[in-house]
Design a protein around this ligand. Structure first.
Ligand SMILES: Nc1ncnc2c1ncn2[C@@H]1O[C@H](COP(=O)(O)OS(=O)(=O)O)[C@@H](OP(=O)(O)O)[C@H]1O
Length: 605
């Protein structure tokens, strides 16, 4: 049945169509006695059987004539379809569906056996003159060998590894059978996800302790490394940054924005991690220079930069660039309050989960009330949570206080992961997130910092939620404390810092700067960024786009004209001028430390 039509019976063996607004009007039939359906051409010939006929001798001639035309159309369409199908099969063969030989997928391929490119007739869709060295003099990560060979010989002969991709066992030329200049469709990207390599099991989340025996160099043939890793911070626009960057025609996305490998899944071998990125085949067919991922879970944990360095930055080896994005800390804290506390609490109130702890917490709270009622009566305000947290942080972060001492003892000399960095660090490395927030007191008081609040407001809800995110609404906006660890493992040349405000107010220019830093060729991001923002508070989802019009509409309906709250749109978080000033004062030294460390100043006044 065709689009735009419904059929209703009008009598035995007879049907008439009820055209929708989009259906075409049938032509009047020459004999006047054939009611053709509104399908009168041969575009969708499969519906020709649906019409009603008042048979007469005169009309038989017309019937035969029409059946003849229909048959001719049918034959023509079948041939066209067949051709289309052949074409698309051919396309998918060269663009995506070609399987790697099983020895490459499943482990007998040896990297040492890899063929180098032997002849000059190898012509993948890359421009030797301009692709591997951009106007800033930056080479995209992992392309140094190709750049060197291409620019000295004017050809690709002798290249052993294709940019970020590990060598494959057979001739590189076989991987390039199409001259598709740039990526046109993400669906055509091949990922070498080989079920069976490590069993079909889905990796379980757990923090990597560093004690697992992970063989990191097994069977990497044909897999490609990320050229950039967006590390966070959470709620600072990591989703938009990732999606915008993926809009560069020479960048291919990972299977998903957040792989969380170096935080939760590092007990899996690198082979697993890299199978989440496009294959060498996709790079070659698409003329890609880079892929990457964006996991805000990396930002707050000192173990992560150490691990990325260990696994991806062997001495003098090429390695991915690190991109951090930071937002006005007050604005980020409000977004986090909403995302990590208000939304999950409201969800819990509406879903009434069975787990005994949550159940007990919800016992005296009325059911099926509007959100506003719960927010007013049963949720802690932003101010309440923030003041309780700041009290704890101020004590913990005093010079030579708990955070400093505990961090030194865990990560410093003699055997800590960062032993050498403590010896000569001018600024002490501090893991506030791990050492400032104290222990649980009881089922009713999950963390000491909330003891007083809970005592004074027994009707308010905090039990049963994700405490490690709620406890650090402010703390995770002290960016310099986290970035210190990243700079202990990566140099200024390896790290690029984006201010969320720049991404908001000058998106195309900001993205151009990020991409040039990465060594990519110049690209005008205007069409990409003008689509909207991703993962906005009132429309969540890492790949959920909210158009600028929708954002504008929501801002107007909320009467939210405060420039400083440009992103906290669609929800209200009360913030008195007094608390704003206090917070600005609290954040100031950390902001200044960040600007000094990174050499980048964000406009957060
Ligand atoms: N282009 C641009 N400019 C400014 N701000 C932007 C942009 N894109 C997204 N956003 C805001 O960033 C918030 C979501 O950040 P993340 O995607 O990093 O969140 S997450 O940690 O991955 O969940 C979320 O903030 P809130 O809406 O205040 O919650 C988004 O609105």
């Amino acid at each position: 049945m065709g689009r735009g039509m419904r059929w209703s019976p009008i009598g035995e063996g007879k049907y008439s169509s009820i055209p929708s607004r989009t259906a075409r009007t049938p032509p009047s039939s020459p004999g006047g006695d054939i009611e053709l359906s509104n399908r009168h051409d041969c575009e969708e010939e499969d519906e020709f059987d649906v019409y009603s006929v008042h048979t007469s001798s005169q009309s038989k001639v017309w019937i035969l004539a029409i059946l003849f035309v229909a048959a001719v159309c049918f034959a023509a369409v079948s041939i066209a379809d067949r051709n289309k199908q052949d074409q698309s099969e051919q396309q998918s063969n060269v663009l995506g569906a070609v399987e790697f030989p099983s020895d490459v997928l499943f482990g007998t391929a040896l990297i040492e056996d890899a063929h180098t490119i032997k002849s000059n007739d190898f012509s993948p869709p890359y421009d030797i003159q301009s692709d591997f060295l951009n106007e800033l003099g930056n080479i995209p990560p992992f392309w140094e060998e190709v750049e060197h060979i291409a620019n000295t010989t004017g050809a690709f002969s002798g290249v052993t590894s294709w940019g970020p991709c590990y060598p494959i066992q057979y001739d590189w030329r076989e991987q390039v059978s199409v001259q598709a200049p740039f990526r046109s469709n993400n669906d055509e990207i091949t990922y070498l996800n080989a079920p069976g390599r490590h069993g079909d099991k889905t990796p379980q989340s757990s923090f990597y302790s560093g004690n697992h025996d992970v063989s990191i160099n097994t069977n990497l043939a044909g897999l490609c490394r990320p050229g950039y890793i967006i590390i966070g911070q959470a709620k600072c626009g990591t989703s938009s940054l990732y999606q915008y960057l993926s809009g560069h025609p020479r960048v291919l996305p990972a299977k998903q924005k957040q792989l969380n490998y170096f935080k939760y899944l590092a007990y899996m071998p690198m082979e697993w991690y890299l199978s989440n990125f496009p294959s060498a085949q996709s790079f070659l067919a698409r003329g890609a220079l880079m892929t990457g991922e964006s996991s805000p879970s990396y930002f707050p944990y000192p173990e992560v930069p150490h691990l990325i360095h260990e696994r991806m930055r062997a001495e003098n080896e090429p390695h991915p660039k690190i991109i951090a994005i930071v937002r006005d800390p007050i604005s980020r804290s409000m977004s986090s309050y909403k995302y990590n506390y208000v939304d999950p609490a409201l969800k819990m109130l509406s879903k009434r989960p069975k787990n005994p702890q949550a159940h007990a917490a919800l016992e005296n709270i009325s059911e099926e009330m509007p959100d506003e009622y719960y927010i007013e009566n049963h949720l802690f305000t932003f101010e309440e949570l923030v003041r309780a947290e700041i009290k704890v942080l101020q004590q913990c972060l005093v010079p030579d206080g708990v955070a400093e001492q505990m961090s030194r003892s865990k990560y410093g000399p003699p055997n800590g992961m960062y032993a050498d960095d403590f010896t000569d660090a001018a600024i002490p490395l501090i893991n506030a997130d791990e050492f400032c927030y104290g222990e649980s007191i009881s089922d009713a008081v999950p963390l000491a910092q909330w003891a007083e609040l809970i005592q004074q407001n027994p009707n308010k809800l905090i039990v049963g939620l994700d405490y490690h995110l709620i406890r650090s609404i402010v703390g995770r906006s002290l960016y310099s404390l986290f970035m210190d660890w990243w700079y202990a493992r990566f140099s200024q040349d390896d790290i690029y810092v984006v201010c969320t405000e720049d991404l908001h107010f000058e998106p195309a220019e900001t993205m151009l700067n990020v991409s040039l830093f990465l060594g990519l060729p110049r690209f005008d991001f205007t069409n990409v960024t003008s689509e909207g923002m991703y993962n906005v508070g009132f429309h969540q989802g890492y790949d959920t786009l909210t158009t600028w019009d929708e954002i504008e509409e929501e801002a107007v309906s909320e009467n939210d004209q405060d420039d400083r709250d440009y992103a906290n749109i669609g929800y209200d978080v009360d913030l008195s001028e007094e608390l704003r000033n206090e917070l600005m004062e609290f954040f100031l030294p950390y902001n200044e430390a960040l600007f000094k460390l990174t050499g980048k100043r964000c406009q957060w006044e």
